[in-house]
Ligand binder design. Structure first.
Ligand code: ADP
Ligand code: ADP
Length: 227
C-alpha cells in the first residue's frame, strides 16, 4: 500500500540571479511499514526531498501523491489538514515551543482537532509514557536534556497517530549514547507499532537499523538498496 509517492519531482530554488536545482526528476514511493534511511552528503537534497514528501514544501514540477491521491495542486488548508492528520515530523533541532511544557508541546497538534479534553489527556499521557518521559511532563524544554527534548518531539509527532513519520537528521545534535537510544526508540516504533518511517541521516548506526536505504546525490536518487 502506497503512503507517499513522488513522480518526476523537480525542485528549484532561486537565489538572486542563480537557480539551484535541489531535486532533479525524482521518483520514489513510500509503502506502509517501510523504515527507510535517506543518506547522502550535506547539500545533496535530503531535506528538500523529505519536505516535499511531507508536503511542507511544493515541487517546481512533478507530482506528489498521498494515499494514492494526487495532492500536487490541493490548497493550503487541505495540506495543513493532511499534515495534521497523517504525518509526524521530527527535526534535528527538536523545534519545541520553549514556553510550553513537555505535556503542552505534545498536546499542541491535538488542539486543532475536535477531540475532548479527556481524550487529549489520555493520548498525551500515553505517548509520553511510550517515549519514557512520564516523569518529565511538566518540564519546560530548557530543563530537559537533548535526548529528552527529542523524545518530546517524537511524542508530539506520534500523538496524532500519523501514517508516516518523517525524521530529518534526528540524532545530529545528540551525543553517541543518546543518539543510539533515540534510534532504538524509532526502530521500536517501526517494529512493534508498524509506524512507517523515513529518516535522513549519515549515521552508520541509523543506516544499520533501517530496512532500506536510498542515497541522494546532486538532487538525484542514485542508489536504492535493502540493508
Ligand atoms: P541536504 O538536506 O541534503 O543538506 P537540502 O535539501 O537542504 O540538502 O539542500 C539542497 C540544495 O538546495 C542545497 O544546495 C541548498 O543550499 C539548497 N536549498 C535548500 N533550501 C533552500 C532554500 N530555502 N533556498 C535556497 N536554496 C535552498
Ligand atoms: P540524559 O540521561 O537524557 O542524558 P541528563 O543526564 O542530561 O539526561 O539529565 C539528567 C536529568 O537532569 C534529566 O532528567 C533532566 O530533567 C535534568 N536536566 C538535564 N539538563 C538540564 C538542564 N540544562 N537544566 C536543568 N536540568 C537538567
Amino acid at each position: 500500500i502506497s503512503i507517499a509517492e513522488l513522480r518526476g519531482v523537480t525542485k528549484k530554488y532561486k537565489v538572486g540571479e542563480t537557480e539551484i536545482q535541489a531535486l532533479n526528476n525524482v521518483y520514489f514511493n513510500v509503502t506502509k511499514g517501510d523504515f527507510i534511511v535517506v543518506a547522502g552528503p550535506s547539500g545533496s537534497g535530503k531535506s528538500t526531498f523529505l519536505n516535499i514528501l511531507g508536503s511542507i514544501d511544493k515541487p517546481t514540477s512533478g507530482n506528489i501523491l498521498f494515499n494514492g491521491l494526487d495532492i500536487t495542486h490541493v490548497n493550503l488548508e487541505a495540506l495543513h489538514q493532511l499534515r495534521l492528520n497523517k504525518i509526524g515530523f521530527v527535526f534535528q533541532s527538536f523545534n519545541l515551543v520553549p514556553v510550553l511544557t513537555a505535556y503542552e508541546n505534545v498536546e499542541l497538534p491535538l488542539l486543532f482537532k475536535n477531540i475532548s479534553k479527556k481524550e487529549i489527556k489520555e493520548r498525551v499521557t500515553t505517548v509520553l509514557e511510550k517515549v519514557g518521559l512520564q516523569d518529565r511532563m511538566d518540564h519546560l524544554p530548557a530543563r530537559l536534556s537533548g535526548g529528552q527534548k527529542q523524545r518530546v518531539a517524537i511524542a508530539r509527532a506520534l500523538v496524532g497517530n500519523p501514517e508516516l513519520i518523517i525524521a530529518d537528521e534526528p540524532t545530529a545534535n545528540l551525543d553517541r549514547k543518546t543518539a543510539i537510544s533515540i534510534m532504538e526508540l524509532i526502530t521500536k516504533l517501526n517494529e512493534d507499532d508498524k509506524v512507517t518511517i523515513i529518516v535522513a541521516s549519515h549515521d552508520p548506526y541509523v543506516i544499520e537499523k533501517a530496512k532500506a536505504k536510498i542515497v541522494i546525490q546532486d538532487g538525484k536518487i542514485f542508489k536504492e538498496e535493502l540493508v
